[in-house]
Design a protein around this ligand. Structure first.
Ligand code: NAD
Ligand code: DAU
Length: 366
């Protein structure tokens, strides 16, 4: 099958493409605008495969998307392109509304036009898989309870509200137009190639540089962590075997307080990188409590029973094994870190593709 993956240069999209190329026979067309969060270096050897193609396209650009669908004739879409960072959505929600909501709407319409022109066998096999987040459910108040597929939506941040809106659009395109959709809602991912604005990579890199480790509030908020390669495998399983119109929650049964996560990273660094930066005797002494995130969700925890029972998926990594691999990966991959943090990569994309930001381009076309 040929899969059109949006956001394939991002953290999870690149893990999906690496998995598809290494472990399956499917082909991939990576459709990505290469925002600050997209990096083609994250594709690794997958980018050299004959089964891989790249198109630098903004999902808000209907004309460019139509051309991509016509040229590549995909048999499925896996939609991951999004603005993904909650803190950025608080400082500037416009790009989140543009890409997550408007962009998803544009993509759905182009996919529907394409789907309706397919012959009957190809239409029967076509899938539109929308990749979403557990943040659409808001938060859990107290130490017990899990998000199920039936939990009502109650998003807290501009990011999660834009993702909730996109989930509703996808389900409307199923109910109203019969587009064969699948929706997945996953908990916090972590692992290699994670942009260092997110908690885990930020803490690893700051600790190695001897910089403060900024814990929001008192660090008691709880997240449910899943190793990104387990998520990638789950997504491909849902695409191949999920029931059309269904939602599947994905999670790793790894609930930890933020402070515990940061302490765990510090302990791993003591073992894996015992030479401290100048002036530091223990990594944990860098932990600094800072102003809390506005509207900060207290606790997320996923009931992944449906995907486990119906599709036989289970995570392979424990939090201990996954976090160890992740810390080691950041210690071993200076080149990628320098690329995404130095601006050299942005300069390269400017030279190869010209200046482009999703909202700026969409506005220019109006
Ligand atoms: P990311 O920020 O690492 O990557 C997003 C990718 O989308 C980048 O490559 C970026 O260039 C691309 N992109 C952004 N705007 C675009 C546009 N307008 N057109 C085309 N491409 C565009 O995000 P991620 O963490 O890999 O998340 C991927 C998806 O998974 C998102 O939809 C996110 O909501 C969802 N999700 C993420 C997590 C997590 O923990 N990271 C958990 C559950 C669900
Ligand atoms: O739950 C899934 C979501 O997980 C995804 O939909 C999002 O795309 C993804 O970014 C992630 O959202 P979070 O807000 O949970 O991730 P983040 O890494 O930003 O923060 C994790 C927790 O750590 C959160 O409670 C805020 C806290 N935090 C974060 C940062 C960056 C800190 O205490 N300090 C920090 O510097």
């Amino acid at each position: 099958m040929k899969i059109l993956v949006t956001g394939g240069a991002g953290f999870i999209g690149s893990a999906v493409i690496r998995h598809v190329i290494a472990e399956t026979e499917h082909a991939v067309v990576n459709v990505d605008a290469l925002t600050y969060a997209g990096n083609l270096a994250s594709l690794g050897e997958a980018a050299d495969s004959e089964r891989y193609a790249f198109e630098r396209v903004d999902i808000g650009d209907a004309e460019a998307l139509r051309e991509v669908f016509a040229r590549h004739q995909p048999e499925a879409v896996m939609h991951l392109a999004a603005e993904s960072h909650v803190d950025r959505s608080i400082h500037g929600p416009a790009d989140f509304i543009q890409t997550n909501l408007v962009g998803t709407g544009v993509l759905l319409e182009v996919a529907r036009e394409y789907y309706e022109r397919l012959d009957a066998p190809r239409r029967a096999a076509f899938r539109f898989h929308h990749v979403s987040t557990d943040e659409v459910y808001g938060d859990l108040d107290g130490p017990t309870g899990l998000f199920t597929e039936e939990t009502p939506y109650a998003p807290s941040s501009p990011y999660s509200a834009s993702k909730a809106g996109s989930d509703h659009l996808v389900r409307a395109w199923y109910r109203t137009f019969g587009l064969p959709v699948l929706v997945t809602n996953c908990s916090n991912n972590y692992g290699p190639y994670h942009f260092p604005e997110k908690l885990i990579p930020l803490m690893i890199l700051n600790a190695r540089a001897g910089k403060p480790l900024p814990v929001y509030g008192d660090g008691s908020q709880i997240r449910d962590w899943l190793y990104v390669e387990d998520h990638a495998r789950a997504l491909v399983t849902v695409l191949e075997s999920g029931r059309v119109g269904e939602t599947y929650n994905i999670g790793g049964h790894n609930e930890y307080r933020n402070l515990e996560v940061v302490e765990h990273i510090c302990a791993l660094l003591e073992e894996l990188a015992p030479e401290h930066p100048a002036g530091v005797t223990r990594y944990a002494e860098l932990i600094t409590y800072v102003k809390d995130r506005p509207g900060h969700d207290l606790r997320y925890a996923i009931d992944a029973g449906k995907i486990e029972r119906e599709l036989g998926w289970r995570p392979r990594e424990t939090f201990e094994s996954g976090l160890r691999k992740t810390v080691q990966w950041y210690l071993d991959n200076d080149a990628w870190i320098t690329d995404v943090t130095s601006g050299a990569y942005r300069e390269w994309t400017r030279r190869h593709y010209g200046e482009q930001t999703p909202s700026a381009e969409a506005q220019a076309k109006e």
